[in-house]
Design a protein around this ligand. Sequence first.
Ligand code: AMP
Length: 113
Amino acid sequence: MTDTVFSKIIAGEIPSNKLYEDEHCIVIPDINPVAAVHVLVIPKKPIKMLSEASAEDQALLGHLMLTVGKVAEQLGVSEGYRVIVNNGADGGQTVFHLHLHIIAGFAMKEADM
Ligand code: AMP
């Protein structure tokens, strides 16, 4: 997989404000937020998109989902939020390294997502 901005952030080549990090993933604020809270949960493993994940990624995918809950609590939005995965260019994906958007505080522009 070619390098993306997220793999460079994970490698420390681009500085970022990590809100959470463990051995499997990082969480950073989205650079172009569509709502009051908009963060990205990004696996360290460079899976291009959800549809390219395989059975060996099952535990990792579960870990990402559980991290969503943990981070939502940390951000004080556990009452309600939206989780979005854009898959492929036709699904609106622009960075081809799997990531989950957590969006809350709905000043959200539906058309943008
Ligand atoms: P997607 O359209 O699902 O691929 O989402 C990619 C997201 O990454 C967009 O919401 C961008 O605003 C966000 N993004 C792009 N570059 C950066 C960056 N350097 N730091 C944080 N977020 C970024």
